[in-house]
Write a protein that binds this ligand. Structure first.
Ligand SMILES: [Zn+2]
Length: 105
């Protein structure tokens, strides 16, 4: 946004939230198979499987929106969203700010 020196401390709060949202998103993606397997073990009915799937989809949509709408503290744009393209990478899609910039001393 400007050429002033980078104040990493001011980035820390936003970047911590962004990293937390990313971890929650990846955890949601990874929990799907174990959740379906466990549900199938205890109740192998279409109704139970469908219920778990619908709950998982709702959680996935919520976490995806949280990740997609996280802002970059340096440029102010969406960190993982460029146009309509959602890329959950480790750098800002606009200014290339790394996700761990504030933790590097
Ligand atoms: Zn940026």
């Amino acid at each position: 946004m400007d050429s002033s020196p980078v104040d990493l401390a001011s980035y820390a709060k936003i970047m911590t939230k962004t990293r937390r949202d990313r971890r929650f998103f990846f955890a949601t993606v990874l929990i799907y198979i174990p959740a379906i397997v466990i549900t199938h073990y205890f109740s192998p009915t279409n109704r139970a499987m469908g219920t778990v799937f619908c709950i998982w989809v709702v959680i996935l949509i919520g976490t995806t929106f949280r990740v997609a709408l996280s802002r970059c503290p340096r440029c102010g744009n969406y960190f993982h969203l460029h146009g309509v393209t959602l890329l959950i990478l480790r750098k800002c899609l606009h200014c290339q700010l790394h996700i761990n910039t504030d933790t590097v001393s």
